[in-house]
Design a binder for this molecule. Structure first.
Ligand code: ADP
Length: 448
């Protein structure tokens, strides 16, 4: 097992990894920016090293500074968390060159799956259903128009290097496509320095269902069930739950097996996620693989009883998976809400909820300054219940207990969302926010 792990991240996920290291008797070395000097992860890591200013490009994305720290402090491995360098194949390759274990899949797999069109091609070769669309990258607007005519409007243009919903545009007609092609390409160029585009049929208001995969380096691959992440705003998830109301046992088993096949086709090891969109007729299509631990991983931990961070570390250290597919039992329902700060500023008072079936992953405290430099998520609240209804009722009381003063948050919106009839019935898809946010905002206004 590793003696010392460097954590190349910040916020709640850095805290999560440090806590895990402590439980495993592994020393944690945290790198941080000047903006995070007074953060909780810096206080509780075994060692913390400031590597640069607030700007992520000069700190959390500074590959050389991070590697230098890992080498000089004799770290055996680096955990990248999510975001930042977690899906950067070049960084994973540099770690490999320096004989430092990158806690994740191999650099080759990251680059194979990080190129979304290439990942689509690989899935097609293995008979895994993908959304109807391009077989190769689009070469021109002309070709995009021809492809759209062939698959039929509406279509979705996507950046092959894309992530976080960037470089993605819908088009319902040829006129819209002409504009979408230019704006999607420009956005992709600015965000990823790569404007390769491909096209998929736009599935109207699909469900976003993803499967958590765990694989060791010896070809053993497990499916840990799904997460329904259909509640999104601008393609960004903000509530996730499992099991999904949409899947019955037969479909769950079938999609789980497809997800395992997809991971094997990619040569995958460590924790990863296979994402699908599912239409009203329950046809499912692979959209992409995330080659890292995800924000919403606690949902799966809650229903399986597995600690995914520990599993990641064990796998990276060369250990075999210690359980079989039959041993994965899902008996509970779990829901996660992401609590985001809507403004930067200082948290003047904080009270975190607790009690039976409750988990809060958060790095903030009274006096904490929400920095404009980084992601605005300040807490993840995860509840578990015997049934979906119990989980919903628990979520309501937890959100009532949670107090955050000093900055505006989406807390009240999330609380009211849990009373929306479509949510209660579990009858929602990715159109939820667009269709219902005004109603919820009205409730918010009338309650004041
Ligand atoms: P990113 O990597 O930028 O997050 P994804 O390919 O994972 O992009 O897609 C993000 C979201 O966009 C999905 O969760 C889903 O809601 C929506 N989406 C993706 N592909 C399609 C599609 N072909 N039709 C309809 N919605 C889609």
């Amino acid at each position: 097992m590793f003696k010392r792990i460097l954590i190349a991240n910040r916020g709640e996920i850095a805290l999560r990894i440090i806590r895990c290291c402590r439980e495993m008797d592994i020393e944690s070395v945290l790198v941080y920016s000047t903006a995070d000097a007074k953060s909780l992860p810096v206080m509780i890591a075994s060692q913390a090293v400031c590597i640069g200013p607030a700007k992520a490009s000069e700190s959390y994305l500074s590959q050389d500074a991070i590697l230098q720290t890992a080498i000089s402090l004799k770290c055996d491995a680096i955990h990248p968390g999510y975001g930042f360098l977690s899906e950067n194949a070049e960084f994973a390759r540099k770690c490999e060159e320096h004989h430092i274990v990158f806690i994740g899949p191999s650099a080759e797999v990251i680059s194979r799956m990080g190129d979304k069109q290439r990942a689509r091609e690989l899935m097609m070769q293995h008979d895994i259903p993908v959304v109807p669309g391009t077989k190769e990258l689009l070469k021109s607007l002309q070709e995009a128009k021809e492809m759209a005519r062939k698959i039929g409007y509406p279509v979705l243009l996507k950046a092959s290097a894309g992530g976080g919903g960037k470089g993605m545009r819908k088009a319902f007609s040829q006129e819209e496509l002409e504009e979408a092609y230019v704006t999607a390409k420009a956005e992709a160029k600015a965000a990823f320095d790569n404007d390769d585009m491909y096209m998929e049929k736009l599935i109207l208001n699909p469900h976003h269902i993803e499967f958590q995969i765990l694989a060791d380096q010896y070809g053993n691959t497990l499916s840990l069930g799904e997460r329904d992440c259909s509640i999104q705003k601008n393609n960004q998830k903000f509530l996730e739950e499992s099991p999904s109301n949409l899947l019955d046992d037969r479909l769950r088993k079938e999609m789980g097996e497809i997800a395992v096949r997809a991971a094997k086709a990619a040569g995958y090891y460590n924790a990863g996620t296979i994402e699908f969109v599912v239409d009203e007729e329950k046809n499912y299509y692979f959209i992409e693989m995330n080659t890292r631990i995800q924000v919403e991983h606690p949902v799966t931990e809650a229903i399986t009883g597995l600690d995914l961070l520990k599993e990641q570390i064990r796998i990276a250290a060369g250990m075999k998976l210690h359980l079989s597919q039959e041993e994965i039992q899902i008996g509970q329902h779990a829901i996660e809400c992401r609590i985001n700060a809507l403004t930067p500023g200082t948290i003047t008072f904080l009270h975190l909820p607790a009690g039976y079936g409750v988990r809060v992953d958060s790095h903030v405290f009274t006096g904490y300054e929400v920095s404009p430099y980084y992601d605005s998520m300040i807490a993840k609240v995860i509840v578990t219940g015997k049934s979906r209804l119990e989980a919903i009722r628990r979520m309501r009381r937890v959100l009532e207990e949670l107090i955050i003063e000093g900055v505006q948050t989406n807390l009240e919106f999330m609380h009211l969302l849990s009373y929306h009839p479509s949510f209660i019935k579990g009858n929602y898809n990715t159109g939820f926010w667009e269709n219902h946010h005004e109603t919820i905002e009205e409730w918010q206004k009338s309650g004041r």
